[in-house]
Design a protein around this ligand. Sequence first.
Ligand code: SF4
Length: 413
Amino acid sequence: APALPPARHLFSDPAEVEALRANLLAWYDRCKRNLPWRALAATEPDADRRGYAVWVSEIMLQQTQVATVIDYYNRWMQKWPTLQALAQASLEEVNELWAGLGYYSRGKRLQEAARKVVSELAGRMPRTAEDLQKLLPGVGRYTAGAIASISYGQATGVVDGNVIRVLCRLRCVGADSSSPSVIDQLWDMANVLVDRSRPGDFNQALMELGATVCVPKAPLCGQCPVKQHCQAWRRKLFGKPPPVPDVEDCGVGDCPLCPPATEPWDSSLGVTNFPRKAAKKPPRAMRTATCVLERRGCHGAPEYLIVQRPSSGLLAGLWEFPSVPLAQDLKEEKERQELADHLQAWMEQPVAAKGLQFIGEVIHIFSHIHQTYVVYSLYLDGDVTLDPALSPSRWVTEEEFHASAVSTAMKKV
Ligand code: SF4
C-alpha cells in the first residue's frame, strides 16, 4: 500500500476539521451567489427533478463560466423541465440550444443519458455517487459527487479545479496537482472534510470559495473565512512552514506532496505557490479555408449555404460554412485553389479560384487547438445543385443562421 503522506498535508485534527466546516458554511450562508440551479435544488420537492436540475447545471458548468451558463440554463430548463422532456428532444434541438456554449458533445451526452434513465431506469435517477457514475454516460466522479451531495444529501466530497486550488493552498500541496497520485490524495481530503449534515452546501461552499475568494491570481486572503486553517497563508505571513505538533517536517525532495526540491517555495508568489501543474502542451495550430456562399433567396433576401459536420469529432453535428482544412505554410494562391476544388466537389460545377473574394482571417481558440479560419466569399448568380451524396446542407437567411446549431467560431466568421 502507498505510504500515507506526511501529516502536515492532511486534515487529521477533528477539532480543526469541525471549525473549518463551521466557518466555511457560515460564510456560504452569508455570501453565496444566487444562482438558478441552487434555487431549484433547494426548493424542488421531487427528487428526480432535483437531481436532473443539478445534473444539467454541472454539465453546463464544466469548462464554462457561471455568467455564461445562467441564460443557457434558464432556457434549457424552460424547454425541457424534466428528464422525460429532454429524452424526447431531437439532437438538432439540443445542438441549437447549446450553440455558443462550447464543448458540444456535452449536450449530446446529456440527452443520451436522459434517454437511458427514461428507458432503462424507469425515469428514476440513481441516488448515490457510485451508481450515478456507473449508470450514466458522461457522468464522471466529480459530477456524480456533486449530484449526489447536492440533490440527495450523500456525504461525499467533490474535487474540481476550484477545490484543487483551495485544498492545495490549505495544505501546501506543491507536487504536480494534475498527477493521479496527488488527485487521489485530494479526493481523500475532500471526503474527510465534507460536512456530514450539509454535504451539498459544503461542497458548493468550497467551490464558491475557489471561484470568488481563493482565485488563481490574486486571492483575497484577508477576507477568507478559512484563513486560520490555511498553511499557505500562514507560511506567507511567517515565512516558513507552520509547525505541526508531533509531526516531523517533510524531508526535502522525498515528500510526495511537497513542491519538488528543484522548485522550492518562492516567497514572491506567496500563496500562489500552490497549486502547481506540469507545463501544458501548447495548443495545436490549424488553418481552415471557409467560404460564405451567398445567393438571392426567393423573397429577395440573401441566403447562405451551411453544411453539417460529421457526427463525431470536434463540433460534431454542428453546421458551418463549407470549409476545408489546410496544410500549414501554404501560399495564399494554393489555399484559394484548395477551397475552390472543395466547393467544386460540392456544387458539381466549376468554381474559379480567382472568383473567391478574400474577406479576412478569424482566429478562434478551442481548448487544444489554435484555429485560423481564412474566410472567402462567393456570390452565386444562378441556381446550384448540391451533391446529395455529400453531408446534409441547406440555405439559410441571416436570421435562420443565428438560430441554427452553429458554433461561436462560425458566428465570428
Ligand atoms: Fe486561499 Fe488565501 Fe483562503 Fe488560503 S487564506 S484558502 S490561500 S484565500
